[in-house]
Design a protein around this ligand. Structure first.
Ligand SMILES: Cc1cc2nc3c(=O)[nH]c(=O)nc-3n(C[C@H](O)[C@H](O)[C@H](O)COP(=O)(O)O)c2cc1C
Length: 209
């Protein structure tokens, strides 16, 4: 399926049918999420992948009982690092050095630049910045799911404190920001299955110069 056809096929599925998605397709979607870019490349988040039915059941009330949480096949939760400090930056430099086979000392200027920009932000601003990065990964996941013909619902309709509690994210220094539920649409039960996509037309959306 061509990319634009896949994006027209996808919609924020309201009701899923309980069918499990193949591991291979889930892995492809996760790989796309892994390939999402982030500002400075720091990737200040973790991605929690939940297939376990019991855990999803525990999460559902914190998602205001949205049915996709239990009728889908997997819930992917994006959670930002609570602390973004020189320690995390140093670990990132180590990763670059290893993966690109360069001496870590050659990254000093880059590391100083990142630490400098972090110091210019309050912890609240750093959290907002980190949350923005998770939305880029969310977008990559949604496009990959469409390309794989897997239904997906982007979700921020949840209580982060409750989700963090169920998953023990606070102890891991994480804070949930946004989620995707993956599964298959319930053709008979989803009122949006055949709904026309609502988007602004070119004139309203684009300013071209
Ligand atoms: C960040 C984000 C959060 C969303 N949260 C929810 C949600 O919690 N539950 C839900 O059913 N849909 C949610 N949606 C789906 C939107 O309502 C939907 O994407 C929008 O109406 C456009 O429709 P379409 O995705 O079907 O094309 C969310 C979408 C985004 C991008």
């Amino acid at each position: 399926m061509k990319l634009i056809d896949a994006l027209n096929w996808r919609y924020a599925t309201k009701k899923m049918n309980g069918q499990q998605i193949p591991a291979e397709k889930l892995n492809t979607i996760l790989e796309a999420i892994k390939l999402a870019p982030s500002s400075l490349g720091l990737t200040p988040y973790k991605v929690i992948v939940i297939e376990d039915a019991e855990t999803r059941k525990q999460l559902q009330p914190h998602f205001y009982n949205q049915s996709q949480i239990v009728d889908g096949s997997a819930v992917v939760i994006f959670a930002t690092w609570t602390n973004i400090t020189e320690k995390e930056v140093a670990a990132y430099m180590q990763d670059i050095a290893e993966q690109r086979s360069v001496p870590v000392e050659s990254l000093t200027d880059f590391s100083n630049m990142i630490n400098g920009s972090l110091k210019n932000q309050t912890p609240e601003q750093a959290q907002i910045w980190a949350a923005k990065q998770t939305y880029i990964a969310l977008g990559f996941g949604l496009v990959a799911a469409a390309a794989e013909q897997i239904d997906a619902t982007p979700m921020e309709g949840f209580n982060p404190a409750g989700v963090d509690e169920v998953l023990g994210l606070k102890e891991l220094g994480l804070h949930s920001t946004v989620a995707i539920t993956l599964g298959y649409r319930d053709e008979a039960g989803d009122y949006l299955v055949n709904a026309k996509k609502v988007r602004y037309n070119d004139e309203k959306l684009f300013i071209k110069k």
